[in-house]
Design a protein around this ligand. Structure first.
Ligand SMILES: Cc1ncc(COP(=O)(O)O)c(C=O)c1O
Length: 468
C-alpha cells in the first residue's frame, strides 16, 4: 500500500470533508498533501500538483513562503493570542492602520472576525443595527444578486443564491430581495459588458425605489461572482449601485473576500468603480492563505451610531473568540509588505496578459461558450451546445472529468460545475500558466468528448451547479 493510500485510509476512517459527498471517495482518491512550496503541493508519494486555484482562493504568494513564515514564527515567540475585548496588541493595531490606509477612502474602522462567513455576518448585523440605532427599525431586509455567494452560515446563506449550497436550508433562511445579476455571460449578442451591466441595473433601481424603507443594505461580490461560476460584470454596475444606495438611504456591503487583494487587477475591485462601500469585507488572501481571519471595514458614520453610554445599549456586542489573532495579523502584515515591496499589482499585469493569451484558443472550442477574464481570474465555461449556450446536465459532472485529468497531469484544477478556472498564486510563472492551459485544454477535450449518461432522479432541479 502506498503512503498516500495509508493516509487516505486513516483519513476516511475519521474525517468528514467540506463541500464533499463523502461517498465519491469510494472511487475518487483523496490526496493527502505532505508539503507545499511556491505554486506546488506535494503528496506523500512525491507527486506534485500545481495549485491553480490558490487552495480555494487564499494563497497569493505561494505555499511555505519564507517571508510570511518568518513573520509568523517571530510572532509565535512574542504573543500567540490575547482576547481583543479590553486588550489590544501591536500586530492588530498596525494591521488596522494599514488596512485603513490601503482601502478606498472613508473606511476608517476595522472590526475582525475569524473567517469569511463570519465577516459577512458582522457586516449584515452592523448594518441592521446601525439603522436601528438611528431609529429606522423597519430597515431589516437585505438585497442580493441572483447567483451570488457569501458563505455558509445561516445569514450568509440567506444573501446567497447558489442553489447547491442554499436550497436544502431554505426554511431556515432570512427573507431577502433577489435582484437579477448583471452577469455578462447572459448578455445578448453584440452587447458590451458595460452596456449589459448598465441595462441590468434597472432591476436594482426598481427594487431600491420600491422597498428602500425596509432595506438595510445591498450586498454584492464586486466584479466576479466566484462560487456562482466565476461570472463577471462591468464596474459601471458598482458605480450606479453606490449612487443609488446613497439616493435611497441604503448601505452598500462589498464582499471582497474572494476578489480583494489584487485578484481583479486592482488591489480592491471597488477601486475600478471609484467607489467606497459602507462595509468592505475581506478575508482569504488577507493572510496570504496562512491563517483564518476576516476584516470588516466601515465608515466613521457607522461607528458613531454605536458610540454612546453603555446604558443606551447601542454597542455592537458581537464577538468571535479568535478576533484579531496576533499570528493571523502577523501573516497579514507580511502579506501586505510583499504587495508593497514587490510591486505586485503592476507585475501581475504581464501574468494576466499571459493567462489571456494562453487560453484564447479555447474560445473556438466547440463545447466552450465563453472564456472570460478579469485580472488574475480566467474562467472557461463548457456547454453542451455552443450556439444556444445550453449547459450540460449538472448530473453529468463534466467538470469532475477535467479535475481528474488535471490531477493525473499534476495540476489542481477544481472546477465549479462545468466552469474550469484558473485563479493562481501570483508567484506563478508564464511557463506554468502555459502548462495549466495545456492541461485544461486536454481535460476539456476529454470531458466534452465523453458520452455520459446518468440516471436523473425524478424531480431533480434542472440547474444545480455542482462544484465538481
Ligand atoms: C465572496 C465570498 N464571500 C464569503 C465567503 C465565505 O468565506 P469562508 O469560506 O471563509 O467562510 C466566500 C468563500 O468562498 C466567498 O467567496
Amino acid at each position: 500500500m502506498s503512503r498516500n493510500q495509508q493516509w487516505m485510509e486513516r483519513d476516511l476512517a475519521v474525517l468528514w470533508h467540506p463541500c464533499t459527498q463523502m461517498k465519491d471517495h469510494e472511487q475518487l482518491p483523496l490526496i493527502p498533501i505532505r508539503r507545499g512550496e511556491g505554486v506546488w503541493l506535494e503528496d506523500f508519494d512525491g507527486k506534485r500538483y500545481l495549485d491553480a486555484v490558490s487552495s480555494w482562493w487564499v494563497n497569493v504568494f505561494g505555499h511555505a513562503n519564507p517571508r510570511i513564515g518568518a513573520r509568523i514564527k517571530a510572532q509565535v515567540d512574542q504573543l500567540e493570542h490575547v482576547m481583543l475585548a479590553g486588550f489590544s496588541h501591536q500586530p492588530v493595531i498596525e494591521l488596522s492602520e494599514r488596512l485603513v490606509a490601503i482601502t478606498p477612502p472613508g473606511l476608517d474602522r476595522v472590526f475582525y472576525a475569524d473567517n469569511g462567513s463570519s465577516g459577512i455576518e458582522v457586516a449584515l448585523k452592523m448594518s441592521f443595527h446601525y439603522w436601528r440605532n438611528c431609529g429606522h427599525e423597519g430597515k431589516k431586509r437585505f438585497v442580493t444578486l441572483t447567483n451570488s455567494y457569501h458563505g455558509e452560515t445561516v445569514a450568509a446563506m440567506s444573501v446567497g443564491d447558489v442553489a447547491l449550497f442554499t436550497d436544502t436550508y431554505k426554511p431556515l433562511l432570512l427573507d431577502t430581495f433577489k435582484v437579477p445579476s448583471p452577469d455578462c455571460y447572459h448578455r445578448p449578442e453584440g452587447v458590451s459588458w458595460e452596456e449589459h451591466s448598465q441595462t441590468m441595473f434597472a432591476h436594482m433601481e426598481q427594487t431600491l425605489a420600491e422597498h428602500h424603507g425596509e432595506i438595510a443594505a445591498v450586498i454584492v461580490e464586486p466584479l466576479i461572482q466566484g462560487a456562482g461560476g466565476m461570472r463577471m460584470y462591468h464596474p459601471i454596475y458598482l458605480t450606479l449601485l453606490r449612487e443609488a444606495c446613497d439616493r435611497h438611504g441604503v448601505h452598500l456591503i462589498a464582499d471582497e473576500i474572494a476578489v480583494g487583494f489584487g485578484r481583479t487587477g486592482t488591489l480592491f475591485a471597488c477601486e475600478q468603480a471609484g467607489i467606497t462601500p459602507d462595509f468592505l469585507c475581506l478575508s482569504k488572501a488577507l493572510t496570504g492563505g496562512y491563517l483564518p481571519m476576516a476584516a470588516v471595514l466601515t465608515t466613521d458614520t457607522v461607528y458613531q451610531a454605536f458610540y454612546a453610554d453603555y446604558a443606551t445599549l447601542r454597542a455592537f456586542l458581537h464577538s468571535h473568540t479568535y478576533t484579531g489573532n496576533p499570528l493571523a495579523c502577523a501573516a497579514a502584515l507580511a502579506t501586505l509588505d510583499i504587495f508593497a515591496e514587490d510591486n505586485v499589482i503592476e507585475r501581475n499585469k504581464a501574468l494576466s496578459a499571459r493567462m489571456a493569451s494562453a487560453t484564447a484558443h479555447l474560445q473556438d472550442h466547440p463545447h466552450v461558450a465563453e472564456v472570460r477574464q478579469t485580472g488574475m481570474a480566467v474562467a472557461i465555461e463548457m456547454v453542451e451546445d455552443k450556439a444556444s449556450k445550453t449547459a450540460y446536465p449538472w448530473q453529468q459532472r463534466r467538470g469532475l472529468a477535467v479535475y481528474q485529468h488535471a490531477l493525473g497531469r499534476g495540476a489542481l484544477l477544481r472546477p465549479l460545475g462545468s466552469v474550469v478556472y484558473f485563479l493562481p498564486p501570483y508567484v506563478i510563472t508564464p511557463e506554468q500558466i502555459d502548462f495549466l492551459a495545456e492541461v485544461a485544454t486536454e481535460g476539456i477535450d476529454l470531458a466534452t468528448r465523453a458520452r455520459v449518461s446518468v440516471a436523473v432522479p425524478a424531480g431533480a432541479p434542472a440547474e444545480f451547479r455542482d462544484p465538481g
